[in-house]
Design a protein around this ligand. Structure first.
Ligand SMILES: [Cu+2]
Length: 361
């Protein structure tokens, strides 16, 4: 088989996965006729929970709409947080599985949300049935290795650390063992949001996405359990680049689109796990109306940004306005990762048309 044929095969597999394919979807090829008939209920923020909810059984993909709500307390609080390393077999796409490494059984790991000045008591547990040591590196904390030097746990072991969230921002946390590149690639990363004391501007709806690249022995879409491939990791040449550990994750043909209503402002909390690739994070068909590059929440946001490079080991917080019904297709604008490697997620915006904003034909 020629490499062209193989690329065609990947593209066909991917277009099947995403329904009518990225271009059609982004250009309103997916019908929104049902959109105007229903309104998406208001989100119910998760309070005090550091476990999310999976988008679908059999996947490790965290439901992007299940995340802790905005901080409401005005005095420092203490949070007890348990992060549990769990090896699990889950689907990347129908018929293709991987042995993922997770915290709390989801990718990305649970979003932790606190206020500047809060105290965090973290317990890191490595389940007895696991095979490898794990640890935790918090970019939100001072401390050697971000805490990784004190939290390395073998299977069956737990360790604790505490830190005060002294500075605001959206930060990654990730496994910090010596072969952390493999562990992050296999799913061990998440986000901690330290809200500034004055909080963040309110929005109507929030989503939580994490991007990472998965290095596998088998090419994209080859059925069966795909093994991890250290050689392609060292070459930084992944077969899969994924949002939340699934191919075509939040599209009609895969785990379903994210939903919002016309007139809402939505916020995307985005963590770039890497381990190696920068994400050129872009909303096709929309604009980052207001965003905090690299999750630097202590600074004034930028406005009307089309694409922002989010480094591995960093985060991004971006708000969008939704004036019309549409599909907003979130991508890394290194678009071969979208067409050939599975990286796409869509927000389906329901409501009434406004021809003054946009009309076709
Ligand atoms: Cu690990």
């Amino acid at each position: 088989m020629t490499s062209n044929n193989m690329m065609d095969m990947e593209r066909r597999a991917f277009m099947k996965l995403t329904g009518s394919g990225l271009v059609a979807a982004g250009a309103s090829g997916l019908t929104l006729s049902t959109a105007v008939q229903a309104k998406v209920p208001s989100p119910k923020p998760v309070e005090g929970s550091f476990f999310g909810q999976l988008a679908r059984e059999g996947y490790a993909a965290a439901d992007p709409a299940v995340l802790p709500g905005p901080v409401t307390h005005s005095e420092p609080r203490t949070h007890d947080i348990e992060l549990i390393a769990e090896l699990m077999t889950a689907e990347i796409m129908p018929g293709v599985t991987s042995r993922f490494m997770t915290f709390n059984g989801q990718i990305p790991a649970p979003m932790i949300r606190v206020r500047q000045g809060d105290r965090l008591n973290i317990t890191v547990t490595n389940l007895p049935g696991n095979e490898d040591a794990h640890s935790m590196d918090f970019h939100a904390s001072f401390g050697t290795g971000g805490g990784a030097a004190f939290t390395e746990v073998v299977p069956g072991q737990s360790k604790k650390l505490s830190f005060t969230a002294l500075f605001p921002g959206a930060f990654i946390y990730h496994c910090g063992v010596s072969n952390l590149d493999e562990h992050i690639s296999r799913g061990m990363f998440g986000m901690i949001v330290v809200e500034p004391e004055e909080g963040l501007p309110p929005v109507d709806r929030e989503f939580y996405l994490g991007q990472h690249e998965l290095y596998t022995r088998e090419r994209f879409g080859v059925p069966g359990e795909t093994g991890f491939d250290a050689r392609s990791m060292v070459a930084e040449s992944p077969n899969y680049v994924l949002f939340n550990g699934a191919a075509g994750s939040f599209t009609a043909g895969a785990l379903g689109t994210m939903k919002a209503n016309v007139g809402e402002t939505v916020r995307v909390f985005f963590v770039s796990g890497g381990p190696n690739k920068i994400s050129s994070f872009h909303p096709i068909g929309n604009i980052w109306k207001r965003c905090w590059p690299q999750g630097a929440l202590a600074n004034a946001p930028l406005e009307y940004v089309q694409t922002w490079p989010v480094c591995p080991g960093s985060c991004f917080v971006g708000d969008m306005e939704l004036p019309i019904p549409q599909l907003v297709t979130l991508v890394d604008h290194s678009v071969s990762r979208v067409v050939h490697k599975g990286l796409v997620a869509q927000i389906e915006v329901l409501g009434d048309e406004d021809p003054a904003v946009f009309s076709a034909g």
